[in-house]
Write a protein that binds this ligand. Structure first.
Ligand code: GLU
Length: 380
């Protein structure tokens, strides 16, 4: 199983508050963080792209809100929002100190639910994360707790991490937990509980095992049930999930060396999952017709640029899925578009360098990036 980690190109690692924050001092577990950073540096040196989804903002910020705590509303949403505003920079400072030792630059991205649920914003987030990864940084993601209110929040970072894994086509999602995987019962209550080494999907049976196992040290929110929810989300996106113990030093190195874990394997690749979504579920919201040069470029794997577009039909917005047709009107590809139909009308036929000038704002790298496109067997 561990080979999945070795062959993975993109990995999302989620660490919870119980690992990041020392419950006694309510400050960052700095030494543990340096070992995590060293492990991530090893993955990075092996050519892998890593995104870290880190909790801890609320837990680190709380000690600074004594006045509010005394006011008798310790669990209020405003308190959590305020605590996260104080804790988030402290969290990043602790992480940056650990990653500085590895000479790895971090990049912070705070997401709200809409960033993964609204396609246009999903596309924005995806493009930014790819840019950060391509530039060798380690993006660190948390929920933007300061503005997320109860109706519009992920609520736990397990599911947020799964959405991020989906967003960036990750191959593996690592959930560092306070237990080394899923058992048939809570092993702390029943020593005969059986550990599950791997599974091909999240089945109802597994969900029935989750129970209250993995109730954590009191500072985190997710339990095993949310971890299985996360695994199920990742699974549909072609991403395998591994749940393992986070508490030991060098938790990722331990996992790579065969440490005990539960793997939920997704057999399709993230690319194949995205393609089946694009080709299956899609009624194109519009189309563009390209010239023969662009058709050739697309078939050889290039992105669609404005210069190759002759005409546009439909009234779609940025993020819509549209069809790409060749000069004969045959659909040769489908993809998610980086501009509205009205913008494409203005920029069609222009060289990329002239697009910004025409629009009056900075241009995107392509009208449809090749990562957001699939080639299809022509439909007239
Ligand atoms: N976003 C929260 C924080 O940073 C944690 C949520 C979670 O642990 O699931 O404190």
């Amino acid at each position: 199983m561990t080979t999945r980690l070795e062959t993975a190109e993109r990995i999302v690692i989620k660490v919870g508050s119980a690992l990041i924050v020392d419950p006694k001092t309510r400050t960052p577990s700095q030494y543990w963080l340096t070992t995590l950073a060293a492990d991530i540096a090893e993955l990075h040196a092996a050519g892998k792209q890593v995104v870290l989804v880190s909790s801890g903002a609320v837990a680190l910020g709380r000690p600074f809100l004594n006045k509010v705590e005394k006011s008798g509303r310790p669990g209020s949403l405003e308190l959590k929002q305020a605590a996260s505003a104080i804790g988030q920079p402290r969290l990043m400072a602790a992480l940056q100190a650990a990653f500085d030792l590895q000479k790895l630059p971090l990049a912070q991205a705070l997401l709200t639910l809409d960033d993964t649920e609204i396609r246009r914003r999903w596309l924005n987030g995806r493009a930014t994360l790819f840019t950060l990864l391509d530039n060798g940084t380690i993006p660190v993601i948390n929920e933007n707790d300061t503005v997320a209110t109860s109706e519009i929040r992920y609520g736990d970072n397990d599911r947020l991490a799964a959405r991020v894994a989906q967003m960036i086509d990750a191959d593996v999602l690592v959930l560092l937990s306070d237990i080394d995987g899923l058992y048939t019962e809570d092993p702390r209550k029943n020593p005969d509980a059986t550990h599950i080494g791997s599974a091909a999907a999240v089945t109802p049976e597994f969900r029935s095992y989750a129970g209250d196992a993995n109730a954590s040290a009191g500072v985190g929110t997710g339990g095993m049930a949310t971890k299985l929810d996360a695994a199920a989300i990742a699974w549909t996106a072609g991403c395998s999930t591994v749940i393992t113990l986070g508490k030991p030093e060098h938790p990722i190195r331990k996992l790579r060396n065969g440490g005990r874990a539960t793997w939920i394997i997704s057999e399709v690749t993230p690319q194949a999952a995205r393609m089946s979504w694009l080709s299956g579920h899609l009624t194109p919201e519009g189309s563009v017709t390209v010239d023969a040069g662009a058709e050739k470029a697309l078939i050889s794997g290039a992105s669609l640029l404005a210069v190759g577009i002759r005409s546009v039909t439909g009234r779609f917005t940025r993020g819509a899925a549209i069809a790409i047709q060749n000069p004969k009107g045959k659909t040769i590809a489908k993809g998610m578009v980086a501009y509205d139909a009205t913008e494409i009308e203005q920029i069609k036929g222009l060289q990329t360098g002239d697009v910004s000038e025409r629009l009056g704002y900075p241009a995107r790298s392509a009208v449809i990036h090749r990562d957001n496109m699939i080639l299809v067997d022509g439909e007239e």
